[in-house]
Design a protein around this ligand. Structure first.
Ligand SMILES: NC(=O)c1ccc[n+]([C@@H]2O[C@H](COP(=O)([O-])OP(=O)(O)OC[C@H]3O[C@@H](n4cnc5c(N)ncnc54)[C@H](OP(=O)(O)O)[C@@H]3O)[C@@H](O)[C@H]2O)c1
Length: 329
């Protein structure tokens, strides 16, 4: 194959997002060349598709922060032709061409062998969203979450939120409270494992104070901003918030009191630079005790349906996860 198709964003002469035919002679630097079978769509990918989205580090760029596929060629002895692999994180799809491409080439240090128990498609049902959800779930487990803890998940109809709910159900957590603005998501979030569904507005106390009633033991937050700020004073003594996202803003307005008087812990969750040993351990869990690939709400897309999905994500109407078939059969 001398040529392949890829989605490209350019910033000049005007901003464009287009499918292009590229030559394999111009593949980026790296050790492992692979045929991309599937990719996924994350909020970050939607931001990559718009001018001033703030995530693309240099133009032109092939976006797509997630990919799974089959090795075509490897200059690194750890990977062999025909091997199934996952590539996410680091500069993939932001400073180095990413997953919306029939062929891609990456540094060997970015490559995770597909763990036994996952298919290439299942791996992309998770993608960065599932990986991040797993980091957050493991974070609250390590912080002491028990099966009867009250666990609140914000941005519940999104990728990270919905996958975290399914994982908590699979692990046997009994009180999983989903926070969603969407009426339309109530049924499928209940099927996924939410034991209660509340709106963000209902969480604002009548009198917001530095310390409010201790309503939740642990929070997995994907929304940030005012919602995360409202929740910190409501976390139980010795509880924790795993802070993953900023869907509604980056500003955190809080005081030190929940931390110094209640021992509340803030667990920062970063998927991009997770060290490889932990990355492989998390993918191993995604293939085993956190493997909820079969129960997730997944929209399956063709390559050409990507722009409409970006719009839905940016417009706040998207639900669940979207997986894109990149390879042509
Ligand atoms: N830390 C990391 O390494 C990492 C990795 C992956 C993702 N993230 C971040 O995590 C967040 C979620 O990612 P995702 O891929 O799951 O995105 P997503 O699928 O778009 O989900 C985000 C959810 O947040 C809620 N939301 C969106 N805009 C909101 C607003 N203005 N106010 C309140 N709620 C809002 C929506 O849920 P409801 O409508 O149900 O309320 C939406 O479905 C993003 O901020 C993303 O950048 C971080």
């Amino acid at each position: 194959m001398k040529h392949y198709e890829a989605l490209t964003v350019k910033d000049e002469p005007v901003f464009t997002l287009e499918k292009e035919t590229l030559s394999t002679e111009n593949l980026p630097t790296g050790d492992v060349t692979f045929k991309v079978e599937y990719s996924g769509v994350n909020y970050k990918d939607a931001l990559a598709s718009i001018e001033k989205g703030g995530v693309i580090r240099q133009y032109p760029m092939v976006p797509g922060i997630d990919a799974s596929g089959v090795v075509l060629d490897s200059q690194d002895p750890d990977f062999k032709m025909g091997q199934e692999i996952i590539v996410t994180s680091y500069g993939f799809g932001v400073s180095h061409p990413g997953g919306y491409s029939q062929i891609q080439k990456v540094p060997a240090e970015w490559v995770v062998p597909l763990p036994e128990g996952l298919t290439l498609k299942d791996a992309m049902k998770f993608g960065t969203a599932g990986f991040t959800a797993a980091l957050a779930v493991q974070g609250i487990e390590e912080a002491g979450a028990k099966k009867d803890s009250r666990i609140l998940i914000t941005g519940a109809s999104g990728g990270v939120g919905s996958i975290a709910i399914a994982m908590l159900k699979k692990l046997g957590f009994e009180h999983v409270i989903a926070v969603s603005r969407k009426d339309s998501a109530k049924n499928w979030l209940t099927d996924l494992g939410a034991t209660e569904i509340v709106t963000p507005d209902s969480l604002i106390p009548e009198k917001p104070k530095a310390l409010n009633k201790q309503n939740f033991d642990f929070v997995i937050d994907t929304v940030g901003g005012a919602l995360a700020s409202t929740l910190i004073p409501q976390i139980q003594y010795d509880g924790a918030m795993a802070l993953c996202g900023n869907a509604s803003g980056i500003k955190l307005d809080t005081t030190v009191l929940p931390f110094i008087l209640r021992g509340v812990k803030l667990l920062g969750i970063d998927s991009v630079n997770t060290p490889m040993a932990k990355r492989q351990q998390i993918w191993q869990r995604l293939a085993t005790d956190l493997n909820v690939a079969d129960v997730l709400k997944v929209n399956e897309l063709a390559f050409d349906e990507l722009p409409a999905t970006f719009e839905a994500l940016l417009g706040g109407t998207h639900e669940g996860r979207s997986v894109v078939k990149i390879a042509v059969d």
